[in-house]
Design a protein around this ligand. Structure first.
Ligand SMILES: Cc1cc2nc3c(=O)[nH]c(=O)nc-3n(C[C@H](O)[C@H](O)[C@H](O)COP(=O)(O)OP(=O)(O)OC[C@H]3O[C@@H](n4cnc5c(N)ncnc54)[C@H](O)[C@@H]3O)c2cc1C
Length: 581
């Protein structure tokens, strides 16, 4: 591939002295354009700090050079990091319409022939940065002009254009970096959520003050001895299924990077088995897996015989197997992420934050004696149950769900080879130690371990692993922790709304969309991870870092809206439940 296309976009000059440069390509083809741009970026001493390349691509790797990094063959948006995270390839698997589902500010577009020039030109106008350049098939000329682009030159079948709208062509500005004098952030909460945000921001050159009320990270929900991770597969490709798929794949990718850096995350490697609740469910799921044409490395249906062979113990029925799912230690992930953050990190343990305030440019956080602990332009609330109180969120959208785990020593499950989930879960911690759980007690604050909880864990599990019914519950060790959940069971991830402004403008916002809402400058949330902290934490960190830096979002906008921490406020505004105060 000639590098003429690079000159068309006035590169490398345009990315010099920039933090971020984003290139979007609707026609990834054999990947040669991406590889040329990558070589050009690597060769340029004055390159931008981070190069984002968004591409609409197919499921199969387009060339040998990209085969090693190509994502699993499942639909959605995949993010691949190269050059220690400084080059980010966002692959949107699907047709040209995928571009319109993303959310990004784009500096340069490469567009091939397309089925719907008007639609693609409108999408480009929504995404274009000031003076964004376009190299496109000439057939797009009229559509581009109508969307605010002016033609610079044409050459045979290609044209070069520039974004120069003479009238308003879009309702909302595309994502833009939060303007800061110093790249400093405060993160409250050192569990899975806070540690992931810390390491992701540290990797991007931010200095972080991480605050927790305990004397060490991962002491609350993230202090369980192990947890399971897997995507959801269901009969339709629901928002929850797409989101957990994105979270699962991103987490796997980042955990592998931590492991390559020498950290032991105590991750199991033999897959994870899900036992269906009923034979009808097993049948329906097998059909869905075939219909979606999921690759075997993602999920595969299993009969009850196959399930028993994989599990190494008796099972009541079949289900499906996730070869890349498994169990992992949340505390080991947190420790690895904090170690990777190095000098960028200052920790303030044994510090309970009771109040936050904004002075117009910086967020300030105060402890229980009202002493100012830290201030920074960016604040991330990763403190589970306490986040809604600190942020005064409308309607207090989160609740607490007590969960009790039981630890079985030398039990009927000693032969268990892989984590098994279904109505409950069982995961082998070592040859004669199995973790089972977990109870789900809404609004129950009791921290004591209860025999009734152990009995419940065993009964639930016996419906899928019948051998466990032989166990007597009385003498088990256990652990109690509290999940933080929302009413729609989706996490709260992203920039918080400016609730007082929204309240003032309630009448105007009664038909608002998420992008219409006023947002609190520099204030983000990563909480309410429910029972899935392991799949949400990495995705949360990536989405929040992208929002802070004005980088392309790692998932479709529709998915980000499903976890938007302002969604309950938005619903209340739409239902007229909020009036101007
Ligand atoms: C019994 C049980 C079993 C589970 N099993 C699984 C599983 O198998 N797989 C899975 O993915 N997930 C599982 N989960 C869920 C998972 O543990 C959570 O989703 C995850 O740990 C949440 O991480 P977090 O960082 O949001 O919260 P936490 O780990 O609770 O961290 C929040 C931190 O904020 C700190 N904090 C709070 N308020 C303040 C304040 N005001 N000032 C300073 N610090 C503050 C706390 O001290 C705490 O360290 C389970 C949960 C339970 C209870």
């Amino acid at each position: 591939m000639s590098s003429a296309f690079i000159a068309v976009h006035d590169l490398p000059a345009r990315w010099r002295n920039r933090h971020l440069f984003t290139f979007a390509d609707t026609d990834f083809g054999d990947g040669a354009r991406f590889l040329s741009l990558l070589r050009c970026w690597r060769a340029d001493d004055a390159r931008c700090d981070r190069l984002h390349y968004i591409a609409i691509a197919g499921l199969t790797p387009p060339c040998d050079e990209l085969a090693a990094i190509w994502p699993m063959r499942v639909p959605g948006v995949h993010r691949i990091e190269l050059d220690a995270g400084r080059v980010v390839l966002t692959l949107a698997i699907g047709d040209e319409d995928m571009l319109s589902r993303l959310w990004a500010r784009v500096d340069a577009f490469h567009v091939g022939a397309c089925a719907d020039p008007k639609r693609i030109a409108k999408t480009m106008a929504r995404f274009a940065a000031d003076h964004a350049t376009v190299s496109a098939d000439v057939s797009l000329e009229g559509a581009l002009r109508a969307s605010g682009f002016e033609s610079v030159s044409t050459d045979n079948d290609r044209l070069v254009a520039r974004f120069a709208p003479r009238w308003r062509v879009r309702r909302h500005e595309p994502p833009i970096a939060h303007e800061v004098k110093t790249r400093e952030a405060i993160v409250i909460g050192a569990g899975l959520a806070g540690c992931a945000v810390t390491s992701t921001l540290a990797e991007r050159g931010w200095k972080i003050t991480l605050i927790d009320r305990h004397n060490a990270p991962a002491r609350d929900a993230s202090g369980n001895p192990a947890g399971v991770f897997h995507p959801i597969v269901w009969r339709d490709d629901s928002i929850a299924a797409r989101l957990t798929r994105a979270g699962f794949l991103l987490a796997l990718d980042r955990w592998q990077a931590l492991e390559r850096a020498g950290h032991d995350l105590k991750r199991s490697r033999s897959g994870l088995l899900q036992i269906a609740d009923t034979n009808d469910d097993a049948e329906a799921l097998a059909q869905a897996i075939a219909r979606f044409d999921y690759p075997r490395e993602y999920v595969t249906p299993v009969s009850s015989d196959e399930a028993a062979r994989i599990a190494g113990v008796h099972v009541t029925r079949g289900g499906w197997f996730f070869p890349r799912g498994g169990a992992i230690s949340p505390a080991a992930i947190c420790a690895a992420q904090l170690a990777q953050s190095g000098d960028a990190l200052t920790t303030r343990m044994n510090t309970q934050i009771s109040r936050i305030a904004y002075d117009g440019t910086r967020w300030q956080v105060f402890d229980t004696s009202d002493v100012l602990i830290a201030q920074a332009p960016v604040l991330v609330l990763a403190n589970a149950h306490e986040a809604q109180r600190l942020a005064h969120l409308h309607g207090e959208p989160t609740r607490s769900v007590r969960g009790q785990l039981s630890l079985l020593d030398t039990s009927a499950l000693d032969g268990l080879r892989v984590p098994v989930i279904g109505e409950g879960y069982a995961l082998p911690l070592s040859a004669q130690r199995t973790l089972i759980g977990a109870t789900y007690d809404i609004d129950d604050p009791d921290r004591e371990i209860r025999d009734a909880g152990h009995i419940e864990n065993i009964e639930r599990l016996a419906n899928m692993l019948p051998d466990v019914a032989r166990e007597r519950a009385a003498s088990f060790e256990g652990r109690v922790a509290f999940r933080c959940v929302t009413s729609d069971r989706m996490p709260m991830i992203g920039q918080l709304a400016d609730e007082s402004l929204a309240r003032r403008d309630a009448a105007k916002l009664s038909g608002a969309w998420p992008l219409d809402l006023p947002r609190a400058p520099g204030l983000y949330g990563a909480f309410a991870f429910g029972s899935r902290g392991l799949v949400w934490a990495t995705l949360a960190a990536e989405l929040i870092a992208s929002q802070i830096e004005g980088a392309p979002w790692p998932i479709e906008r529709e998915l980000a809206e499903a976890i938007d921490p302002a969604r309950f406020l938005l619903r209340a505004l739409r239902h007229g439940e909020i009036t101007a105060s």
